[in-house]
Ligand binder design. Structure first.
Ligand SMILES: [Zn+2]
Length: 118
């Protein structure tokens, strides 16, 4: 059946038109992000000691008495502050309807914030 095959081909993900939702999400996040000197959003990543620790110890790692699941924040954009993180979460919810929360990053000593769906 030629038409069945044609429909199957149309359904292939690689042939779907790219949605601009991802771009819109990135634009919202960028407006609330901490920027570097070039105006590029700064992302959260493992420090050298953390990378070294992870090479030998599976995540979550125990730091003091606190268990941290920090790898989930890898390369997430760091937001300006808590107020911006909350505003960002609300704007993203309005965009795609997924519930978001703002939370302090367990990796950060100074307390930087991310937004997430969990
Ligand atoms: Zn972080």
């Amino acid at each position: 059946m030629g038409s069945q095959r044609a429909r199957a081909l149309r359904r292939r993900p690689a042939e779907r038109k790219p949605t601009d939702l991802g771009q819109r999400i990135r634009a919202i996040v960028a407006r609330h992000a901490r920027l570097d000197d070039h105006g590029v959003p700064i992302k959260c990543g493992p420090s050298r000691p953390e990378r070294a620790r992870r090479a030998t110890t599976p995540d979550p790692v125990v730091v003091g008495a606190k268990k941290m699941q920090v790898s989930g924040n890898d390369y997430k954009v760091i937001l300006l502050d808590e107020a911006h993180a909350k505003a960002c979460a609300r704007e993203l919810e309005a965009l795609d309807g997924k519930p978001r929360r703002a939370y302090p990053c367990p990796r950060s000593k100074s307390g930087h914030f991310h937004t997430g769906t969990r």
